[in-house]
Design a protein around this ligand. Structure first.
Ligand code: HEM
Length: 405
């Protein structure tokens, strides 16, 4: 068996740093991804270890390493966004897979779509959609939370940012379904092509008759005096769907898994609505679920370990959120003083949708708990966690007493 044989270890990797670890397999039978990552870190693995799986790469688990790597884009490139190297899309998804200074040129094109007033406008349609979805689900007394709610709301946001007509929602949902739940990998690639086809029609329309929306801004944007080509335009629009859909759905799933098992926290949120913003921050810290990847740009040393140009490092964001200071950071405490968590990353690629994500979580908490205050995980449900770039519980069946308002 080649994996996890040490036979083909790169010369610079000391055998003592090798752990048999598959970043796409997590031991979290209760659906708690972040706790599983903390268990891995506390199991005695080296702060920076090497695994032979998925093409061979480092995993950063040590204290302070997550932030240190993400903040140093000169040493740790975003050229690779996942392991193995062959799994990275060509052309790249932008600005996610670009490094400064090019990164900044494209990032600033999306920034204006995420200002507080723009987010506020998107919030209104997300709230209306959320209320409609929840009110349709409530009388049923059960749902599959991820498909029935968590993946639906971000579609409204995506459509709002691009100012797409409501009647296109079914078509976009179909494309998203093929991207998120492909039967074979080719279906996913076809989904991206369909998305590009759809959005490029809109680009051409908005070039002719521009509006206030992000498609119009990108359609008319210039870099070094030139309008953008199709490839970067497609990359920019896909990033919104990719970064904004899976992540919010995944985060809502982990929050709901927790709330379904904690009547005390549900009650606290209902009885003290002013706690909602602290609760969101605590959920974000506690439920981090993105595993980032970086490629070493130049030979360097980190935590006493030699890294070579071209090495890949998986950087689990949850491990930026659980300081090793003896406190119980796994406990969910809405009154906890805030810490700088890594859930939205750090450094030049810090999440452009952080404000929007917080708004979406708040809308969910407010509207769901007002209509379905008590709910539980359906008996016998398996809360298997799926790990890609972002971890998620793909299927989360819930039950509640119908019409129990
Ligand atoms: C809870 C939900 C979310 C989480 C946990 C999350 C997490 C992250 C993380 C960790 C990064 C850094 C990537 C890196 O360093 O390589 C990132 C980047 C990004 N996120 Fe989010 N995100 C969320 C929601 C959203 C939403 C709703 C949007 C917009 C629709 C969005 C848009 C982006 C974009 C465009 C980037 C790329 C920024 C850049 O490369 O400069 N995200 N996100």
């Amino acid at each position: 068996m080649l994996y996890p044989s040490r036979e083909h270890l790169p010369d610079h990797v000391a055998p003592a740093l090798v752990v048999d670890y598959d970043t796409f397999v997590v031991d979290a039978p209760d659906g708690d991804f972040a706790a599983a990552m903390v268990r891995l870190r506390d199991s005695g693995v080296p702060g920076l270890f090497w695994t032979q799986r998925n093409g061979g790469h480092w995993v950063a688990t040590g204290d302070g390493q997550v932030r240190r790597i993400l903040e140093d884009a000169e040493t740790f490139s975003s050229r690779a966004m996942r392991v193995p190297k062959s799994a990275n899309p060509v052309p790249p998804i932008i600005p996610l897979m670009l490094d400064p200074p090019d990164h900044h040129k494209y990032r600033r094109l999306i920034g204006p779509a995420m200002t507080p007033s723009k987010v506020q406008r998107l919030e209104d349609s997300a709230r209306i959609l959320s209320i409609g979805l929840i009110e349709a689900l409530e009388p049923q007394g059960h749902c599959e939370f991820i498909g029935d709610f968590a993946q639906q709301m971000p579609i409204a946001i995506f459509m709002g940012m691009l100012d797409l007509p409501p009647e296109d929602r079914g078509h976009i949902m179909g494309i998203v379904d093929r991207i998120i739940r492909p039967d074979v990998p080719e279906t996913r690639m076809r989904g991206f092509e369909e998305l590009a086809g759809y959005t490029m029609v809109k680009v051409r329309e908005r070039r002719a008759v521009p509006g206030e929306d992000l498609v119009s801004q990108l359609a008319l944007a210039r870099i070094d005096g030139e309008l953008l080509d199709d490839a970067p335009l497609q990359g920019l629009m896909s990033v919104l769907l990719l970064a904004g859909l899976d992540t919010v759905a995944g985060m809502l799933g982990f929050i709901v898994r927790f709330l379904a098992t904690s009547p005390r926290h549900r009650r606290q949120l209902r009885e003290e609505p002013a706690l909602v913003n602290s609760a969101i921050e605590e959920f974000l810290r506690r439920m981090a679920m993105v595993n980032l990847t970086r490629e070493v740009e130049r030979d360097t040393e980190l935590g006493g370990v030699t890294l070579k140009r071209g090495d890949l490092i998986v950087v689990p964001t949850p491990l930026g959120n659980f300081p090793q200071d003896g406190q119980d950071w796994l406990a969910v405490d809405f009154q906890r003083p805030r810490i700088a968590h890594a859930t939205f990353g750090a450094g030049p690629h810090f999440c452009l949708g952080a404000m929007l994500a917080r708004a979406e979580i708040r809308i969910f908490l407010e509207e769901w708990l007002a209509r379905i205050p008590d709910f539980a995980i359906a008996e016998g449900a398996s809360l298997k966690v799926q790990v890609g770039a972002a971890a998620m519980i793909p299927c989360l069946p819930l039950v509640w007493p119908a019409a129990a308002k």
